[in-house]
Each structure stands twice: as C-alpha cells, then as structure tokens.
Design a protein around this ligand. Structure first.
Ligand SMILES: Nc1ncnc2c1ncn2[C@@H]1O[C@H](COP(=O)(O)OP(=O)(O)OP(=O)(O)O)[C@@H](O)[C@H]1O
Ligand SMILES: [Mg+2]
Length: 187
C-alpha cells in the first residue's frame, strides 16, 4: 500500500463491517515532535479480548471469504518501520479505536495520498454513516463532518458527484492530500 489514505480506507472498512454508525478519523502532524499520527475511532461491535490478541496476525480474519486479514498487520508494520507506534483499544458493544503513528521525517513514511477520494469512497459506499475528519498540522486545524454537510444540503442526497467531488477536492486541499496520478507526474 503506497499511501496512508489507502490504509485509512482499509481500517474504516473494518469499522463499516463492524456495523459502525459513526467513524471519526483524526490525522495529526506534530511538527515539533516530528510525529505523524492517525487514529480511526468507531462505535461498531468492538472486538473481544480473545480476537483482539489475534487481529495483528496476518492469518487472522473474521471474513469467511478470505484467508488473510492484512489491513491491520500492514498498517502496524508501516508504523513500526517508521519508528512509530501502533495500538488498538476496543470494548465489545462500544467500539474500537485504532492508533498508528510514524516518525514524520522518516524516509519510509508514506505520503498521505488521496485522502479526499478515500472519504468520497466511504461516503458513497455508506452515506448513512456519519464520518468525521479532523486534521491538524502545527497550528492549522481542519474539520469535516458529514452531519454538517447533510444539514447544509437539506433534501439533496449526499452521495451525488456534484456534492462529493468538491468535498474531495477541499479535503485534499486542506490536508495536503493528492491524487496518485498527480504524484506520478511530479516525479
Ligand atoms: N473496527 C473493528 N471493529 C471490529 N472488529 C474489527 C475492527 N477492525 C478489525 N476487526 C477484526 O479484525 C480482523 C482483522 O482485520 P484486518 O483489517 O487485519 O483484516 P480483514 O479486514 O479481515 O481483511 P483485509 O483487511 O485484508 O481485507 C477483522 O476480520 C475483524 O474481525
Ligand atoms: Mg480490513
């Protein structure tokens, strides 16, 4: 996985599979501390202690259609390779919070990538879920909340391209995210 936004997509999909109604994604770039951190918090089914011990194992998945469960192990590996940390907190019936951090300046720290398209895909796939995004970089703060967006739209559905394309672009503009195709050309 080339970009942190693709890890975020995978982790948020876990939350969707766990029946979450609200997913909060927080990205913090601590410039002074040289830490880039990501957390994804959901109010889904949660993970019991026995399964929690296994989720970091690539051979564990609860999906009957899969042989591997790579989302969590790959993010953990990416974080640890960049002198970062990784942990999961979960309470069955209440939800799950997953945290990954990276040394921001580490040569192997992946770029954020196209976070706007990740959010667009999540909203399109499950417009009924409330998605909240917080982004901080130094003193800069940006927030996005599908509840606020829906309120401003009134009766207009949220999952229309006319709505989500500008949302995607403004998320990328605010978070320093960019599309893969753009990255390839600037070399
Ligand atoms: N937010 C969550 N809430 C509840 N259970 C979770 C959550 N995230 C992960 N899990 C459990 O951990 C397992 C492993 O997750 P992981 O993302 O590593 O693999 P996967 O989703 O099964 O497969 P893949 O990500 O490769 O498509 C899941 O199958 C699920 O049982
Ligand atoms: Mg997964």
């Amino acid at each position: 996985m080339e970009d942190l936004s693709l890890h975020i997509l995978d982790i948020a999909e876990n939350s969707i599979n766990a029946g979450a109604k609200k997913i909060v994604i927080r990205i913090v770039e601590d410039l002074e501390g040289d830490v880039y951190s990501i957390s994804v918090e959901d109010d889904g089914a949660g993970i019991g202690a026995e399964i929690l011990r296994k989720v970091e194992d690539p051979f564990f998945t609860s999906s009957p259609k899969k042989r591997f469960g790579l989302g969590i192990p790959l993010l953990k590996q990416a974080a640890l390779e960049c002198d970062g940390q990784f942990h999961i907190d979960s309470s069955p019936g209440e939800g799950t919070t997953l945290f990954a951090s990276f040394k921001r300046s580490h040569i192997d720290r992946k770029p954020l990538g196209d976070l706007g398209s990740t959010m667009l895909a999540l909203i399109c796939g499950h417009p009924e879920i409330r998605y909240v995004l917080f982004y901080e970089k130094g003193d800069f703060r940006y927030g996005f909340d599908t509840d606020a967006l829906k309120e401003s739209l009134g009766d207009v559905p949220v999952n229309l391209p006319q709505v989500l394309v500008p949302v995607r672009d403004s998320i990328n503009e605010s978070t320093g995210g960019r599309a893969l195709s753009l990255r390839k050309t600037d070399g």
